[in-house]
Ligand binder design. Sequence first.
Ligand SMILES: Nc1nc2c(ncn2[C@@H]2O[C@H](COP(=O)(O)OP(=O)(O)OP(=O)(O)O)[C@@H](O)[C@H]2O)c(=O)[nH]1
Ligand SMILES: [Mg+2]
Length: 502
Amino acid sequence: MPLSRFLPLLIGISLALGLMIWLVYTLSGFYNSVYFSSPLLANVLLVLLIALLIILVGAVIYYARLFQGSRRSRRKPSRPQVSELKPEAAEETLRAVRQQVAQIQDQVARQVLLERSHDIEENLARRELRVVVFGTGSAGKTSIVNAVVGRMVGQVGAPMGTTVAGETYNLKLKGLNREIWLTDTPGILEAGVAGTEREQVARQLATEADLLLFVLDDDLRQSEYRPLRSLATIGKRSLLVFNKIDRYSAADREIILSHLRERVVDFIAPEDVVAVAARPQSVVLENGETLQPSPNIMPLIKRMAVVLRDEGQDLLADNILLQSQRLGEEARQLIDAQRQRQADKVVERFQWIGAGVIWATPLPVIDLLAAAAVNAQMVVEIGKVYGCELNMERGRELAISLAKTLTGLGILRGAIEIVTSALKLSVGGFLVGTAIQSVTTAYLTRIAGKSFIQYFRNDQDWGDGGITEVVQQQFQLNRRDEFIRTFVQEALSRLPARRTDD
Ligand SMILES: Nc1nc2c(ncn2[C@@H]2O[C@H](COP(=O)(O)OP(=O)(O)OP(=O)(O)O)[C@@H](O)[C@H]2O)c(=O)[nH]1
Ligand SMILES: [Mg+2]
């Protein structure tokens, strides 16, 4: 015990002892003086004192226990079981995703995502578990499915690519009152276009699994490790199945098995790596007969049953959560693309408005701060696309700070040069100053608008590099010769028309 804690304890004990001695001494003096005048009263007092002492000791013990209990319960908060919370969390996520989906304007896309959200919800209610067998071509996936189901349901063959599509079978496991579906998939890592397409199917099925059986027939290759790890990283519960162990001696089998367990220990528990022989090679007996040894599949069936029984509800909820999150991500991307299209239209409208204003009333020099008046309205409208309600005052503030950045970074000068040389190429010879001003204003409004799109997309934040980095990035993106040429052409085709209108 450190001295800092020992010293106060020693002082406390000495004080308590001193107090007790003083109390006993005072009480015995008091007892003696009472006993002298009335022995009966003195004895009654003694009994009362002993009773008081017992009550005191009892109270101290009771409160000490109570205090300890409360400390213990503070250490271990009585939270509800995680498994009780998971289905709720899954439902909550699904609800949020539906709200997101409702914002999608493309009717077909919205409908497709809504239907998928209903499918996910139904899976949560159905309580069915989906086990997907996944892995390299010819590792023995179909053989494993046949052995687990207990009859030849799928075609087995030595060459890769025997299974060409996902096949699902119903499975009964002892002690499990849930419906289980076992899906065989085409092999991954096969060569050729057809192989790549089949792999896509397999990967899709794997991401939808509640439990994944990742099949190998040798030590884990790097090309297998990557998909296994990425599936585990997205939270896919997996068993690693080392098949064809009949091909190895007992010693080699153990070496491979322990090496496998070591390599995946970060994301798969050692007991979830099992060794089987789903379709052991037939042996020719001395009398010339061929004997087909029976499959050694029990280690996998046993482990699968334990995992599905103990974690079934969690696996289902985890998977629903994962599917909902994926759906949410898809919806988010669609909404983002939709907003981007709308915001681009706003920018395009304002860039031609800016050009038109200058064309009609030319200024002695390009005045970005004057153009900011137009930009302020553009900022408000882009904000609206991204669900941010800004007033004109805030819009103007943002527009002015951006105009200052454009000038400060020398982009204003750069833009005039770019536009001037592009105009010379297009029109040739004599150039009207107003044309340069108009097109430059349109061009700068575009850079400003694109920068604001970034800002609103990023939750009204310029990011780590600040406004400067965003503006510079947009300038770089919009200065390619090819783009400038088309932009100037379009600007020119619009300007004279406006002038005649005016
Ligand atoms: N020695 C041995 N061979 C096996 C075992 N399991 C499967 N095989 C053989 O491995 C080959 C491929 O088996 P499949 O079950 O078709 O493999 P798959 O992974 O489904 O193959 P694809 O569908 O093409 O991806 C066949 O020749 C099987 O006989 C086993 O436990 N031991
Ligand atoms: Mg197969």
